[in-house]
Design a protein around this ligand. Structure first.
Ligand SMILES: [Zn+2]
Length: 288
């Protein structure tokens, strides 16, 4: 038996951005949206691996932000996610960075994605996560679009400084970010922990893959215990797939981190699931 931590009874959000190994910003220069159909799809098998991980951890429930291009081709994945009691939310349709779209293009992408998911699950989609956390100072209008489309929460703002994303001075914990005509949109920012005047990214994804597990556990304990606030963790199905094909690319930041640490991610997720309490984001925010 693993020792239980004393992180209290605080519920954290566990989230999965359901995209395939080739649908990432790092590969955009060598492999665009129009090429997606030419690559081997591994998203169904990898999502099943994540579902099994959550099940093995005692039936932990999470939020799956589904990239809807995948939902069109594999609606059974969405059905399996919903049937297992997880929340189905939206990661948009085509994984285009928001600040590279016009508000009209963004609205069309997200509205199409929301409708497709709601047709498959017959359940309203409450949450949205932007591709590569691309709600930044250049694309804050996206929040108004989300509110208009009926979303109840967004989980895309990353209060860090990064070349690809980030709103370094944004609030770090859930708050109402837009409100109009009696409706509101709550933001659940990607989790950070402050140190020496900066916010260190926790979150998950590449940070969980590349940094040692104790860093993540230390940060989450600080957030849960010292600050008494919920964290939100995210992973991608391709991050538990060390056997995925290898592409050569320079990456969006001039280097690619896509393949670093793939072999150890599953074990780190297992440890996190044992050490902290998790739930779907809608439940953590009390929107269910
Ligand atoms: Zn994504």
């Amino acid at each position: 038996m693993q020792a239980q931590t004393n992180s209290g009874d605080l519920l954290n959000g566990f989230s999965v951005d359901v995209e395939d190994w080739y649908q990432v910003a790092d590969f955009a220069a060598v492999l665009g949206f129009e090429d997606w159909d030419r690559y081997e799809s591994r998203v169904a098998a990898n999502t099943d691996r994540v579902l099994a991980l959550l099940d093995e951890a005692g039936g932990v429930k999470g939020t799956f932000f589904v990239l809807t291009w995948n939902a069109e081709r594999h609606p059974e994945i969405v059905r399996r996610i919903a049937a297992a009691g997880h929340e189905v939310a939206s990661h948009g349709y085509a994984h285009k960075l928001i600040y590279e779209q016009t508000p009209e293009e963004f609205r069309a992408d997200v509205s199409r994605a929301k409708n497709i998911l709601e047709d498959i699950t017959s359940t309203p989609v409450l949450g949205y996560r932007a591709p590569s956390f691309s709600i930044t100072s250049r694309s804050l209008w996206a929040l108004d679009v989300l509110l208009e489309l009926g979303f109840r929460y967004d989980s895309s703002v990353f209060p860090v400084r990064d070349s690809l994303y980030g709103l370094p001075d944004a609030q770090r914990f859930p708050y109402v970010i837009r409100e109009r005509d009696g409706r509101c949109l709550t933001e659940f920012p990607i989790t950070t922990t402050p140190l020496l005047g900066r916010n260190l990214p926790l979150g998950g994804g590449g940070y969980l893959r590349m940094l040692p597990y104790p860093y993540m556990a230390w940060g989450m304990r600080r957030v849960n215990r010292a600050e008494g606030k919920p964290a939100v963790v995210y992973i991608h199905p391709w991050e538990v797939d060390p056997g995925q094909p290898r592409l050569k690319t320079a990456g969006k930041r001039g280097f690619s981190t896509h393949y670093v640490g793939l072999g150890g991610t599953e074990a780190k997720v297992r440890r996190l699931l044992r050490a902290f309490r998790f739930a779907p984001i809608r439940d953590v925010l009390g929107l269910a």
